[in-house]
Design a protein around this ligand. Structure first.
Ligand code: ADP
Ligand code: GN1
Ligand code: MG
Length: 364
């Protein structure tokens, strides 16, 4: 077989109807390792090795995904839509489980490939971003009646921003790579948000914001679009589906998709929140979710954008200081550059908070 080499063993342990003849690295994710498989009849599959550094309990991740995808399939079928195109479909391993553990204790899974789709890594087009907003809004809406307490919290404190701040503090104290002296400016920018970083977690603990089934990694490239019509079809990358806050899903999408500049932009003056993109996403997202959203959840959306942006900046900066142990950098200093962009974007969001609030309140 072309491609897999040492990893070929994993392929032999899934129930493919035909023989797999090629495997090529696929996608642009920074966490899992993804391959596109093709069988002798031309049918394609997505094979992924789950990153144990990010997800210490892969069987729990797979149990969440199996439960949620089954629920979504039934919900789409009930609406008369084709679940095969709207929901990722897991292929069982030979033993009937949805994962296979190899001799190196690495975990693998296989999805059917959803054909005639494309992903956007980035867009300047509000209509494309709005379509992603519909898909993520619908995703949470359809899971509104899913029993939240049956889901595993696979990454504890994933969107706990004060916890991310504390991880940054710990990385600075350890200074494992002697990089702290070079990032004093970025640290000052991050620390400026210390007072605000617990806003959402405090509201959640106080019972003001409810925990729902959320996606937690809502970037544009986690939505498959129909190639012919550019309509959003299917939400993928379900590893982080767990109980969470709507403000975090909304905010992470805005963070990743409403920046006027690239995520690695070197000219930081180009970094800014595009309010037209914010509005396009918010309108579509709220259209899907409005019927179930509480007033407090709606009001918290702008804070979600600010804190998810800050949090991502904190995570990149922590990783840079720690020696790039979580996000695999494609070049030296990439995590630091990405941190600078997120911190600058968070600052711009702070300035535009009233604009965001005004837009959101018009939509609810
Ligand atoms: P990562 O966690 O590494 O980002 P993803 O689950 O997002 O991994 O998958 C990486 C890419 O593979 C996606 O951006 C998408 O292009 C593609 N992909 C994932 N699942 C499918 C699928 N079922 N059908 C078609 N393409 C898929
Ligand atoms: C990671 O897996 P991927 O590349 O879609 C990360 C997200 C970050 C994102 C930033 C499990 O997402 O939380 O927002 O990188 N996922 C995990 O680029 O840590
Ligand atoms: Mg992804």
């Amino acid at each position: 077989m072309q491609g897999l080499k040492d990893d070929a063993d994993a392929v032999r342990h899934f129930r493919f109807p035909q023989k797999i003849i090629s495997a090529i690295p696929y996608g642009h994710g920074h966490i899992n390792k993804t391959y596109l498989l093709t069988d002798e009849a031309g049918e394609r599959y997505i094979l992924q090795r789950i990153n144990k550094n990010a997800f210490p309990d892969p069987p729990a991740v797979m149990e969440n995904i199996a439960g949620v995808t089954a629920h979504l399939r039934a919900a789409f079928a009930a609406r008369g839509e084709d679940p095969q195109r709207r929901v990722p479909h897991l292929l069982p391993a030979l033993d009937g489980r949805y994962w296979y553990r190899d001799a190196n204790l690495e975990y693998w899974r296989v999805y059917g490939f959803i054909p005639r789709t494309r992903v956007f890594r980035r867009t300047d087009n509000p209509a494309i971003f709005a379509a992603a907003g519909s898909a993520f809004g619908l995703f949470c809406r359809m899971l509104e009646d899913y029993p939240t307490n049956t889901l595993h919290t696979t990454v504890p404190r994933f969107h706990d921003t004060p916890h991310r701040m504390a991880q940054l503090d710990a990385a600075v104290a350890a200074d494992a790579c002697g990089r702290v002296h070079a990032v004093r400016r970025e640290l000052a920018e991050a620390y400026a948000f210390r007072d605000v970083c617990a806003t959402l977690t405090d509201m959640c603990e106080a019972g003001v914001l409810p925990l729902r089934v959320t996606h937690n990694d809502t970037k544009l490239s986690n939505v498959l679009f129909d190639e012919a019509s550019d309509t959003a079809l299917c939400v993928v990358d379900l590893d982080t589906v767990m109980p969470g806050l709507i403000a975090c899903d909304f905010g992470d999408a805005i963070r990743a998709g409403a920046n006027a500049a690239d995520a690695e932009e070197k000219e930081l003056s180009k970094v800014a929140l595009r309010l037209d993109m914010y509005e396009a996403f918010a309108q579509a997202y709220l259209y899907a979710l409005k019927p179930v959203l509480t007033a407090a959840e709606a009001e918290a959306l702008p804070m979600g954008a600010l804190l998810m942006t800050l949090e991502c900046g904190l995570r990149y900066l922590t990783d840079y200081i720690s020696g790039d142990v979580y996000f695999q950098p494609a070049w030296d200093g990439q995590n630091l550059q990405k941190a600078r962009v997120q911190l600058r974007l968070a600052l711009d969001m702070q300035k535009k908070r009233d604009d965001m609030l005004r837009i959101t309140s018009r939509l609810i």
